[in-house]
Design a protein around this ligand. Structure first.
Ligand code: F6R
Length: 265
């Protein structure tokens, strides 16, 4: 696992944008796995900026989002489809039909099977972007999720519902069911990049990187993935015991690893 500790949320966004852009430059027809939530918002802003500056194109890429609320219309302003259009897709040159998000209005079991098959027929995910829940969830794989799970319907924990309440109006009904890629689906991605910022993520970050691997902490399964890059700000990294080592390893990597390989873990 490569652990990159940068100053703040802005440097997390630029360091991860560098990795995403390098992927698109090396392999323009790549398949991206995308996340919603607060954490990747600055990354998407940075990707839009780089696209507008002519530094990167998404025209041949495909994308699959991690999750979507059940029972929500894609046109609804709380849907993850809406989020992605607003923060990324509407501002870049990605082909709209190449962007997939689980369909919250479809029959869940059929939709989950369709989604898995679509990822497979696209050739699998080359670069998966993840955020991290305060309880260690990735996608909406809540604690106790099977570590080999595939795309399916999940009930959100009260903690996750509470954490996401900030996106909803007080009188708005908040979904508590979601369709989510499984942990097995995420683990099949060729490269995983997880972003976490803020002190409120520090405990989950510590458990993911330095804790034991267990289903109570779904993100800890990433210890078993061969190519993971975790990009943190100082606050999210504050509880890591081996912080000094991660800094040192990055310094040495910059000196010794040839540039084209630096984005790999
Ligand atoms: C979003 C997702 C979630 C979030 C996580 C962190 O598609 O799958 O796992 O990444 O809940 O959310 P934020 O970034 O809002 O703290």
């Amino acid at each position: 696992m490569r652990v990159v500790i940068t100053e703040d949320a802005h440097t997390v966004a630029s360091a991860s944008a560098e990795i995403v852009c390098q992927q698109l430059i090396d392999q323009p027809r790549c398949v991206l796995g995308l996340a919603t939530g607060s954490t990747p918002m600055l990354l998407y802003t940075e990707l839009v900026r780089r696209y507008r500056a002519g530094q990167v194109s998404f025209s041949e890429a495909k994308s699959f989002n991690l999750d979507e609320y059940v029972g929500i219309d894609p046109a609804h302003h709380q849907s993850y489809r809406h989020f992605m259009q607003q923060h990324l897709f509407d501002h870049i040159d990605i082909d709209p039909v190449a962007t997939q998000i689980p369909q919250g209005l479809a029959e869940p079991n059929i939709e989950c099977r369709r989604y898995e098959a679509a990822i497979k027929s696209a050739g699998g995910i080359d670069l998966q972007i993840l955020g991290l829940g305060v309880n260690g969830h990735i996608g909406f794989n809540e604690p106790t999720s099977s570590l080999v799970s595939r795309t399916r319907i999940k009930t959100l924990t009260r903690l996750t519902v509470a954490a996401n309440a900030r996106f909803f109006q007080p009188n708005e009904q908040q979904p508590y069911l979601a369709l989510t890629m499984g942990i097995g689906t995420i683990m099949d991605a060729r490269h995983v990049i997880l972003l976490a910022t803020g002190e409120h993520k520090a405990k989950a970050v510590k458990a993911m990187i330095e804790g034991p691997m267990c289903a109570m902490n779904p993100a800890s399964v990433l210890q078993f993935h061969s190519t993971v890059t975790v990009v943190l700000d100082v606050a999210a990294a504050s509880l890591l015991d081996a912080r000094q080592y991660y800094h040192w390893a990055e310094k040495m990597r910059a000196k010794t690893v040839p540039k084209p390989f630096q984005s790999l873990a």
